[in-house]
Design a protein around this ligand. Structure first.
Ligand code: MN
Length: 211
């Protein structure tokens, strides 16, 4: 009974994702809601109309998703705006490539970080999300340690690093680690390989050293 209800809820939660996309035009996966959660964690760096980082945690058979304009910060005193966006299928977690211009999210997508997460304090996803306080431990290639998503109002959340051995006030992780964990490419390289707009993609990469 529990799985039946959960699966139906998850399937419903992908309707926004499917409605916004034309799968005859975009290489993004159609996907479907899954019955089990494996605790996947993903960040995709996305040079669309604006550069942002899509932060995703696997729960309730889908990837719960937030768009973080400035990306994550390792500094616990810095609060990064995270706008809740539509749930994505779990298959999306390995996507890297280009979305055609004119389509929803048109631009270049990089798999910036991936790994697993676990909720802290023995919380359940439903209770944490409802309370607007999701506290979790990341085991990614770039991000580790304890993090918090805290709801402000509506779809506005804050992504904040907890104080632990993985916090840093000096390392800008987005600048220090600009490459894909899947292909080692920068955005421009991904656009080149996948037939995207290389010049536009390059504006999301760190500036080249002069000279
Ligand atoms: Mn995006």
């Amino acid at each position: 009974m529990w799985w039946t209800g959960s699966c139906r809820a998850a399937a419903m939660s992908l309707t926004d994702y499917v409605r916004k996309r034309d799968f005859t035009k975009t290489a993004e996966p159609r996907g479907e809601a899954r019955r089990r959660s494996h605790g996947l964690y993903v960040i995709q760096k996305h040079r669309a109309s604006h550069l942002h980082y899509d932060f995703r945690l696997e729960a309730e058979g889908v990837l719960k998703s937030w768009s973080v304009p400035k990306g994550p910060s390792l500094d616990p005193s810095i609060k990064r705006l995270a706008m809740a966006v539509e749930d994505h299928p779990v298959e999306y977690g390995s996507f890297e490539g280009t979305i055609p211009e004119g389509e929803y999210g048109g631009g270049t997508v990089m798999l910036w970080d991936t790994g697993t997460f676990a909720l802290e304090d023995g919380a359940t996803w439903a209770a944490a999300e409802r309370a607007g306080r999701i506290r979790f431990r990341l085991n990614g290639k770039k991000l580790k340690g304890t993090w918090n998503l805290t709801r402000m109002r509506g779809r506005q959340w804050l992504l904040i690093k907890s104080r632990d051995e993985h916090a840093s006030k000096t390392v800008d992780i987005c600048e220090a680690k600009p490459r894909s964990v899947k292909s080692r490419r920068l955005l421009a390289g991904i656009a080149r390989v996948h037939g995207g707009d290389i010049t536009k993609a390059a504006t999301g990469d760190p500036p080249r050293p002069s000279g």
